[in-house]
Design a protein around this ligand. Structure first.
Ligand SMILES: Nc1nc2c(c(=O)[nH]1)N[C@H]1C(S)=C(S)[C@@H](COP(=O)(O)OP(=O)(O)OC[C@H]3O[C@@H](n4cnc5c(=O)[nH]c(N)nc54)[C@H](O)[C@@H]3O)O[C@H]1N2
Ligand SMILES: Nc1nc2c(c(=O)[nH]1)N[C@H]1C(S)=C(S)[C@@H](COP(=O)(O)OP(=O)(O)OC[C@H]3O[C@@H](n4cnc5c(=O)[nH]c(N)nc54)[C@H](O)[C@@H]3O)O[C@H]1N2
Ligand SMILES: [Mo]
Length: 762
């Protein structure tokens, strides 16, 4: 491994004054509305407003400021005083705007009016809501419902999501891909298969009782900073934290709590990880298999010496199947293979495994580093194997805790946004609303992309998000997109997806979550589910950015009414007038999770929707938790060859997905640009390159398509040899649409095979 001094890095801590400065800089840039500070004070508190950034749990007893740098940025972003008005669109053609950067597009501010794309002038023009709904309804009625895709980004509330999914099914399809298909779909598929639960098994209290936490491929310092508080508290009471990540992410190294005056004013900071292992991208199956090997050896040794167990043998016997197979697999796997594939030394893996052996209760946390891989399913199944060995599922202080992305992405799945009919209570919906729901599998994100490419999709509705920017295979997708008959985007701010239009295109502006949502029965609350399966109410209190905005609920209902034949049980107007009636409908469809929904909306800490695996009830095929033999030791989908790199596409500390807040990735020391390729100094030298040289990247995935991104500055960075990194979404043209997790079809954005090309003279 190269020396840190030879590389670009950040020498401060996570949190601390740097994060305060980050908030202030955003406030100066966005010039937020006067109520914005009150909104921050209400953030993530009971009867407050639930942050639009990440999905991390919200404690029943919140801190005075229960928000982080990035949560504040997200709120201030929504509450900007800038406005993107019809005047703006009168001045700029859509073709011109296509030349703008993501950052500049969103800097135009909040969208204010419903807009129709006028192909003759190549401009967006204002239109009335009635005109938009009528035109969308007419277009949808004219096509086969199976040719329409209703996408959702993970922000919309449970109320909106339930109605959106119902609209799709009443209209006649299950084509409900959501951002989860690019994110934690691997979790939904793998955990469901092996422990019978599509979501994690931990609750917030578990973090007070564990004695070790293992992080695989998740970066809390940037992506879920409020999680650093329970981590810091855990460290202070002696809990050990072990991290597997190719990059030394600051938040997992050192943390200075911005809410603690002592820590802010003294050099004091908490060291988070006791052990930090820079595994190769795609090397986790090998590393975890090494840990399993060590744990099994420790079991044999302890039994021989003391007639005591390391494994939870009762748990294994009573609750699992497949132990013998994974033991045979571990025995048959050599340490030489493990070291080569993980890029880690045996002694390091053993040190991690020894911490696991010594712990009474362990939590594992993971994110995109494990899910966005071709063998992502096996990453999670292998991690579960290790957790089952010691019965670390379904007891206090232990469990598997995927860290979800968007603030309600998990909840959207819970209330029916799913392309998989078997995950939705269709019989119940049929009875409740008196219709015959479609039963065939719908399109997930990858399938939707493929069928847009092949011309089978005719209409696309985007409930939030920035689909074209977030998906793989951007070049071909942007070209295919213009062949769509209808595109509708429901959004708060202008982004690239609004500039690639179908023949008929509408851009519909909606209220943000922080804004007052006034309907016929008064101010409305909405709800969302956090990463720990707790449901929270959220009340927006800010004056809406424009009086022409509608709520997402009203927009979905408006489109649905214009499309569907009337049905006396489907009461769109009542639902819009009073969201409590939508919650009643949700409670009727999902009584186990949502009984007494309206009474429980503002439960401190949220109400827990329950999880069978936590009770050690395994809703799997066999009725047991399942050990699974991996199909190899590497998670990437290609063989190594000279000059071929494993590309990791990263998020900076100054972005939320495709929303770029600014050009300062402070926590990695990268300032002023996102057009970089981060490389190990030895790889830079071996490739005959020098720091600061401008290069291109080309995908080498063995198909005939040429995929290239140019203009990237070579930047020395502390990465394992053979791994390189750059930013998402800029590098998305490099990801082939077919390069995804085999089981869940989650695009494999963390292990893309690329070569460095076209180096310009330094
Ligand atoms: N501020 C901010 N917050 C966010 C977001 C944001 O963009 N900005 N996005 C939200 C969303 S939708 C999501 S899904 C989450 C994403 O949050 P994370 O799950 O943290 O996702 P990433 O930052 O994409 O990648 C996580 C880590 O995986 C590591 N990694 C890459 N490849 C491998 C590998 O092969 N093995 C291992 N062990 N590690 C690897 C990377 O170095 C990186 O540190 O965050 C949410 N919160
Ligand atoms: N290469 C690569 N690709 C990736 C990833 C990666 O790590 N690497 N990560 C993947 C992941 S994890 C995810 S989740 C996806 C994200 O994909 P998306 O969820 O589709 O993208 P976002 O960038 O979150 O969407 C931003 C837009 O949402 C709109 N918006 C914001 N707030 C609201 C609101 O309240 N209502 C509505 N209606 N609209 C709103 C704004 O117009 C904003 O421009 O990207 C995926 N793509
Ligand atoms: Mo995500």
């Amino acid at each position: 491994m190269a020396d840190e001094d030879e590389t670009v890095h950040y020498s401060g801590t996570e949190g601390g004054w740097g994060s305060m400065r980050g908030i202030v800089e955003t406030a100066l840039r966005e010039r937020p509305t006067p109520g914005a500070l009150d909104t921050l004070r209400r953030q993530n508190k009971v009867k407050g407003f639930m942050c639009v950034s990440c999905a991390w749990g919200k404690p029943a007893k919140p801190h005075a400021f229960e928000f982080c740098e990035n949560g504040a940025k997200a709120t201030l972003w929504e509450l900007t005083t800038r406005r993107c008005t019809p005047d703006f669109f009168a001045r700029h053609t859509v073709s011109e705007l296509k030349g703008w950067k993501d950052y500049d597009l969103e800097q135009t501010g909040r969208l204010t009016h419903p807009l129709r794309y006028d192909p003759t002038t190549d401009k967006y023009v204002p239109c009335s809501w009635d005109e938009a709904f009528a035109a969308i309804g007419a277009e949808l009625k004219a096509i086969d419902p199976g040719a329409a895709v209703f996408y959702a980004s993970g922000r919309a509330s449970l109320e909106t999501s339930y109605l959106y999914a119902l609209f799709a099914r009443l209209y006649g399809h299950n084509n409900l891909p959501d951002s989860s298909n690019m994110c934690h779909e691997t979790t939904s598929v793998a955990l469901k298969k092996v422990i019978g639960s599509p979501v994690g098994t931990c609750v917030l209290e578990d973090f007070e009782h564990c004695d070790s936490i293992f992080f695989f491929g998740q970066n809390p310092g940037t992506n879920s900073p409020r999680l650093l508080h329970p981590l810091q508290e855990a460290v202070k009471r002696g809990c050990r934290i072990v991290t597997f990540n190719p990059i030394r992410e600051k938040g997992l190294e050192l943390f200075k709590n911005p809410q603690s005056p002592v820590e802010m004013l003294t050099p004091q900071a908490t060291q988070i990880s006791t052990l930090y292992l820079q595994v190769k991208a795609g090397g986790d199956i090998a590393a975890i298999t090494g840990m399993i090997k060590y744990v099994l050896a420790a079991e044999e040794a302890k039994w021989a010496a003391e007639k005591q167990h390391v494994l939870d043998v009762d748990f294994i016997a009573q609750h699992t199947i497949g132990f013998d197979e994974i033991k045979a697999h571990a025995d048959a796997t050599s340490w030489a293979d493990i070291e080569r594939e993980s890029g880690l030394a045996r002694t390091d893996i053993e040190e991690a495994a020894q911490i696991y052996v010594e712990s009474k209760a362990s939590i594992c946390m993971y994110g995109m580093g494990l899910t966005q891989q071709v063998h992502g399913f096996h990453n999670l199944a292998t991690l579960t194997n290790l957790w089952l060995l010691k019965g670390n599922v379904g007891r206090e202080g232990a469990g598997i805790s995927p860290v979800r992305g968007h603030s309600n992405v998990q909840g959207q799945r819970t209330v029916g946004i799913s392309e998989k009919p078997e995950l939705v209570p269709l019989d119940k919906l049929a009875e409740q609303f008196g219709f015959e729901p479609p039963r065939e599998e719908g399109m997930n994100t990858v399938a939707a992309c493929q069928k847009i490419l092949s011309g089978e999709v005719k209409a696309f509705i985007g409930l939030g998000g920035n689909f074209i920017r977030a998906i793989p295979e951007r070049e071909a997708m942007e070209q295919a997109w213009t062949k769509l008959r209808l595109t509708v985007q429901i959004a708060t701010k202008l982004n690239r997806s609004h500039l690639i239009n179908g023949q008929v295109a509408y851009l519909l502006p909606c209220l943000g979550r922080s804004e007052t949502d006034d309907q016929a029965s008064g101010e409305q609350a909405v709800t969302m589910e956090d990463s720990l399966s707790c449901i929270h109410g959220s009340l927006g209190k800010n004056t809406p950015a424009s009086r022409h905005l509608k709520s997402e609920v009203a927009i979905v209902a408006g489109m649905a009414k214009a499309t569907l034949a009337p049905n006396p049980r489907v009461t769109w107007d009542e639902w819009v007038a009073d969201y409590a009636t939508i919650r009643d409908a949700i409670a009727e469809t999902y009584p186990e999770m949502f009984h007494d929904f309206n009474e429980r909306v503002f439960t401190p800490g949220g109400f827990y929707k329950g999880n069978a695996a936590r009770e050690r009830i395994w809703k799997t095929e066999s009725g047991k938790a399942q050990f699974t033999v991996p199909n190899g030791l590497r998670s990437v989908g290609f063989a190594d060859s000279p000059g071929l790199f494993r590309l990791i596409t990263l998020r900076s500390n100054d972005q939320f997905n495709t929303t770029i807040y600014g050009y300062s990735d402070r926590l990695r020391g990268i300032e002023g640009t996102r057009d970089v390729v981060l490389m190990n100094p030895e790889d830079i030298a071996a490739a005959g390159l020098v720091n600061g040289q401008v290069v291109g990247l080309v995908t080498d995935a063995g198909d005939a398509v040429h995929r290239q991104v140019d203009g990237l500055t070579v930047t020395p960075f502390l990465l394992p040899r053979g791994c390189i990194a750059g930013y998402y979404p800029e590098l998305n043209p490099l990801v082939p649409v077919w390069y995804h997790d085999e089981e869940s079809k989650t695009p494999a954005a963390k292990g893309v095979p690329v070569r460095v090309v076209g180096a310009l003279a330094p």
